[in-house]
Design a protein around this ligand. Structure first.
Ligand code: AMP
Length: 434
């Protein structure tokens, strides 16, 4: 047993795993850019207040799962690691006066989130989210646009069968009356409520609907549905979101129990599941509209909508579906080898010049025999071996095409150009030939 291990609920992403991550991060960045989202980076921690207000104190995320940082200053400011990105992004929107920018402001971020949750498969204390936020547009068209973007991400990532669950959770005009009906219903069944749910009833009745407690399943199935209590404006908004999704060819399932764990959501709420993995009760992404959040964090009333996709879970789903990304170290184009074991200088200088010319090169710095060096270069998948020998005194090296088994003398001054040209001729179009 090693003396130190990564903290519980966290993982090291090893070089065998990072190519799959890089692929997803690139896909996220490419899609976000194609849809007009610009990158924003906010701190990994914020004043605790930003999360308590922005997410709501009566949520698991804040109540139980917030990673609080011990205050180190006299003024005792209280910070916490971000459990999700929206509150921080909206804090930045308000702080930097983005309300005066052309609306909506479309922002994207991909990075680690932190929740002090009980670790299990697909549930980590540090996990990654691909997030987009469109702030300043009341929808409903942008709601559908954002859901479609998420489904395209899953499809392009290689997950063919992702289901969209959709709901509207109303707004301050219609939710209070619905909450009354919901509270009355649960009070009528108080005896059947598990104690934790009974305690929540007074503080956040909506939360009972997404309870993971199996004892709640039947009760929730018969509970009053928010979609039967929407005001006219919310009902029209919800209908229009659905019509837009249908026009975009996005299939969805209305899920009246979908309320999301976070307080600031209004109207549109959605989650994504991999078909066949529902049993895990683990969404691979989710999001919704948060028309009250900007004002809550000190800005003018401004509508907004966004989603967060859990990259860890996307990768688990890809692995479960047998969709692997090619791992392994990238092959160098050229390996610089030499017969004189002491002359690492010449090999390193030549490799450095090749790298400066944009060519992936490795200098053989070991003291093994030339034959072994050449074997290692071939094993690495290199296209060329640059053999440094006595001709170096005349400004020349031998350039061996390893797969072809041919070799010729090349003036050092032409080496970069020659390697790029020959490599490009074999691999035209892959852009690595310079
Ligand atoms: P949420 O804000 O809870 O809806 O989270 C958005 C997405 O992040 C979820 O759909 C998951 O894919 C992912 N996620 C949330 N919590 C975790 C966690 N503890 N570990 C891994 N992924 C998570």
């Amino acid at each position: 047993m090693p003396a130190y291990r990564a903290p519980r609920g966290t993982r090291d992403l090893l070089p065998t795993e990072t190519p799959a991550w890089t692929r997803l991060e690139r896909l996220a960045a490419d899609l976000a850019a194609r849809y007009g989202y610009q990158r924003i980076e906010t701190p990994l921690f914020e004043l605790t207040d930003v999360f308590e207000r922005g997410i709501g104190e009566v949520t698991d995320v804040v109540e139980k799962e917030l990673f609080r940082l011990a205050p180190r200053t006299e003024d005792g400011e209280s910070w916490a690691l971000r459990p999700e990105p929206t509150a921080g992004i909206v804090r930045a929107y308000v702080q930097h006066g983005m309300q005066t920018w052309p609306q909506p402001v479309k922002l994207t971020q991909t990075g680690p989130m932190f929740r002090y949750d009980r670790p299990q498969a697909g549930r980590y204390r540090q996990f990654w989210q691909f997030d987009v936020e469109a702030i300043g547009d009341p929808g409903p068209a942008v709601d559908a646009e954002i859901v479609e973007l998420a489904t395209r991400f899953f499809r392009d990532a290689g997950l063919a069968d992702v289901e969209v669950s959709l709901n509207s959770i109303g707004d301050p005009a219609c939710r209070p009356a619905y909450l009354e009906a919901l509270i009355a219903y649960f009070q009528g069944h108080a005896d059947a409520l598990p104690p934790t749910e009974r305690a929540r009833l007074a503080r956040n009745p909506l939360r009972l609907l997404d309870s993971k407690d199996p004892a709640m399943a039947d009760l929730n199935a018969a509970a009053p549905r928010i979609t039967d209590h929407l005001c006219e404006a919310c009902a029209a908004h919800f209908a229009a979101v659905q019509a837009h999704l249908t026009a975009l060819g996005v299939r969805f399932r209305i899920e009246p129990g979908l309320v999301r764990g976070l307080d600031y959501y209004t109207r549109t709420a959605f989650e994504f599941y991999v078909v066949g993995r529902e049993g895990q009760q683990q969404a691979i992404g989710g999001g919704g509209r948060y028309d009250g959040l900007v004002e809550l964090l000190g800005g003018r009333p401004t509508p907004g909508i966004g989603f967060g996709i859990g990259l860890d879970r996307v990768l688990l789903a890809l692995a479960a579906a047998g969709i692997a990304s090619d791992g392994g170290a990238p092959s160098p184009v050229a390996v610089v080898v030499g017969a004189d074991p002491d002359d690492t200088t010449a090999r390193l200088v030549i490799a450095t010049d090749l790298r400066a010319a944009g060519i992936a090169a490795r200098a053989e710095l070991s003291r093994r025999k030339l034959g072994k060096q050449l074997e290692a270069a071939a094993r690495d998948g290199a296209h060329f071996a640059v053999i440094v020998g006595d001709e170096l005194a005349d400004g020349e090296v031998q350039l061996r095409d390893l797969p072809a088994g041919t070799q010729k003398a090349v003036p050092l001054a032409d080496l970069g150009r020659e390697v790029a040209r020959s490599h490009g001729a074999h691999h035209h179009g892959d852009g690595s030939g310079g």
